[in-house]
Design a protein around this ligand. Structure first.
Ligand SMILES: Nc1nc2c(ncn2[C@@H]2O[C@H](COP(=O)(O)OP(=O)(O)OP(=O)(O)O)[C@@H](O)[C@H]2O)c(=O)[nH]1
Ligand SMILES: [Mg+2]
Length: 662
């Protein structure tokens, strides 16, 4: 873990210093009265995102391949024992998230399995804290932790009917029929989902580990397929060298991992290679056998051989606990840990960096434009006033008339921008409408009703198919309106450029494509699970209905996020222009007033010129400070994640606004 720990800590330090630089920019803008409400909101969102940044690693496999053992070996060997229960046969019974949320004490929150009989996915239930049972965890004692973590392996015996009600028993599955005991009962997990909250150093850095139960009953927890696994930053698919790739391994790979859409973050782990160790064989022979298995896994999964890591989780754990370097090498765990670092950190850093820098640069550009407009105005005024020096009263009078004329004329532009705002708010309402939860609700009710009324499988299946088609249509309708909005804003900007020579940063690129892709992924997962089936039993129908619940919950999430992002984008469109208009209007007013004062001899020309020169200097130094603050944020963002040299920025020569506050 040393390598992982260092790398995560460095990443955490990098993220904190980036947040520090953005916070500094925000404070400076506020103190300098240059922070518009919308820009403040965008910077706050960027800062929140950095604060909540998480790195998720999901472990997925058939049961007993060694997922939990691998987690113990990679992350928890320091406790000197197994922390997560790992044993032969089915052990982990419910999806388990390990994370740290400092607002909560160390605890395990567990969602009872009975909630499966009700409408709503785990994500829905996450919002209802009353449904969860909370168990404290004593982190100071490894025994106490071990005891607490046994919860994820707890089971209960229920009647077949009850198991069917939870969608956990399929009478058509011959394997499941074998599991019925002589009292007609079956064993199921006691919990539906568990979240373990404890202050492990890596979890504190924002790491989230997702351990899953072996899933040979495909589709029992569709949320894993649709949400939890696809959103992980790395997915470790675990196989065992003693079993090779079995049919059920392949099912899991196709259905859980395959649906997650992006293969670039997948790693296959060929565990239990210690089973191939053989005192009667030479090291080379054993190595050749391992390589053969790696090549075979790579072929079967269609994954590059560099992505397949042969390890022994168990020996790796023992080696770490007993401090046996030779055994650790043999377990090959360090190579897998190195790959995790390479896979996780740089890719994640790139995304975080790009998002943060996009916001900073945008806000910077907008403020720069406003300051540049102010600078331009001041220079013009200075030029005019200097030209008046030594001139008579009538020249001053003429100038006043001109200044007042320009001030009046400018009101046209004010009206234009007010009109643009009115049009924008009308168009944006039309763009949000299809994304609103009410629109979605209508489609959901319709699909549920059609499913309920269906008598034949094709009718039933087409209800789901049409649901997806309608959702795509809603996204398309909204996209078309957003495009119209973009054209409208570009038109207004063009007009201001032609009439006044103003340049305004064009709207940020925006599209709903990523949301469309998420819906398509959900649809592909649905097709993958059920599409090929022509005639379905009632039990399968209820499985699909359960799957549909997850689809609904997912679409709600997608639509809410799409609406939120569309709104944020629309909100950012006009302010850059509005700020400039406001600025220009204020300057023109000031100019006319000051010429009037000069005419009335309330103020001397020299005095006014002096004031303007001072204001110009102030604007120019603000432009310079802004450039430096923006440059600093970018410099930190581009830095390799390494700990910041302490207090480096606090030298005496460093300007105050660049000093890091400690
Ligand atoms: N020989 C050997 N056994 C291992 C290794 N890793 C795990 N095992 C054993 O395999 C069995 C299953 O391990 P678990 O960690 O419970 O597997 P899992 O994938 O979490 O299984 P479920 O929780 O049931 O889904 C246990 O008895 C482990 O001791 C390994 O590297 N070598
Ligand atoms: Mg397990």
């Amino acid at each position: 873990m040393a390598q992982l720990a260092t790398s995560f800590q460095e990443y955490g330090a990098w993220r904190d210093s980036l947040a520090g630089a953005i916070g500094q920019l925000r404070r400076w803008l506020e103190q300098s009265q240059l922070l518009e409400a919308d820009a403040a909101r965008r910077l706050d969102v960027a800062l929140d995102r950095l604060g909540e940044d998480k790195l998720v690693i999901a472990f997925v496999a058939e049961f007993s391949r060694g997922k939990s053992e691998l987690i113990n070996a990679i992350f928890f060997a320091d406790y000197g024992r197994r922390i997560l229960p790992s044993s032969a046969g089915r052990t982990t019974m419910c999806p388990t998230e390990l994370m740290y949320d400092e607002s909560l004490p160390p605890c395990i929150r567990a969602l009872p399995i009975e909630t499966r009989a009700r409408l709503g996915t785990t994500t829905d239930f996450k919002k209802a804290s009353a449904e969860w049972r909370v168990f404290p965890v004593n982190t100071s004692s490894p025994d106490g932790m071990l005891h607490a973590f046994r919860l994820v392996a707890e089971t209960v015996r229920v009647s077949v009917d009850e198991a069917r009600m939870y969608g956990l028993f399929d009478p058509d599955d011959p394997d499941q029929a074998l599991a019925i005991d002589k009292h007609g009962m079956v064993e199921i997990s006691r919990w539906r989902h568990a979240v373990i909250n404890f202050p492990h150093p890596l979890l504190k850095q924002g790491l989230v580990i997702l351990d899953t139960p072996g899933l040979n009953a495909i589709g029992t927890e569709p949320e894993l397929t649709l949400s939890l696994v696809p959103s992980a930053h790395a997915v470790l698919f675990v196989l065992a060298a003693d079993t090779g790739v079995t049919k059920s391994d392949l099912d899991v790979w196709r259905h859980i991992v395959g649906d997650s859409g992006n293969a670039h973050n997948h790693i296959a782990v060929l565990n239990k290679i210690d089973g191939l160790w053989d005192a009667l064989k030479s090291e080379e022979e054993v190595d050749a056998e391992v390589q053969r298995q790696v090549a075979s896994v790579s072929r079967t999964l269609d994954l590059a051989p560099e992505r397949v890591f042969p390890v022994s989780a168990q020996k790796g754990l023992v080696a770490k606990v007993t401090d046996d370097t030779r055994l650790l090498q043999l377990s090959r765990l360090p190579a897998l840990e190195g790959a995790l670092v390479d896979l996780l950190v740089p890719a994640k850093q790139r995304i975080v960096r790009d998002q943060a820098i996009a916001v900073v640069e945008r806000v910077n550009a907008e403020v720069r434009q406003a300051l540049a407009a102010r600078e331009r105005n001041l220079i013009e005024q200075l030029y005019e006033l200097r030209a008046l020096q030594g001139k008579n009263q009538s020249s001053i009078e003429r100038m006043l008339i001109r200044a007042q004329g320009e001030q009046r004329e400018f009101e046209d532009n004010v009206r234009k921008i007010v009109a643009a705002r009115v049009v924008l708010s009308k168009l944006s309402e039309q763009a949000y409408e299809p994304l609103r939860l009410e629109s979605l609700r209508g489609r959901v009710l319709e699909a549920r009703e059609r499913m309920r009324r269906s008598r034949l499988t094709p009718q039933f299946l087409s209800a789901v198919k049409d649901y997806f088609a309608q959702l795509r249509e809603l996204l398309r309708a909204s996209s078309a309106k957003l495009l119209e909005i973009e054209q409208m804003v570009l038109g207004v900007q063009r007009r201001f450029a032609e009439d006044l020579g103003w340049s305004t940063p064009p709207p940020m690129p925006f599209s709903l494509d990523t949301y469309m892709a998420e819906l398509e992924r959900a649809e592909a997962a649905y097709r993958n699970h059920f599409g090929a089936l022509a005639v379905l039993t009632r039990d399968k129908w209820s499985l699909i209905e359960r799957f549909f619940d997850t689809v609904v919950s997912k679409s709600r999430e997608v639509f809410a996020a799409a609406e939120r992002d569309a709104e944020a984008w629309v909100r950012s469109l006009l302010p850059p222009l509005e700020v400039q208009v406001r600025e220009q209007r204020a300057q023109l007013k000031k100019r006319a007033e000051s010429v009037a004062r000069i005419r009335d001899a309330q103020e001397s020309l020299d005095e006014r010129i002096g004031q303007l020169e001072e204001a110009l200097e102030d604007v120019q130094s603000k432009l310079e400070e802004l450039k430096q603050l923006g440059g600093r944020a970018r410099q930190i963002a581009d830095r390799e994640p390494a700990p910041m040299p302490a207090r480096a920025a606090n030298d005496a020569e460093t300007p105050a606004y660049l000093r890091v506050e400690i």
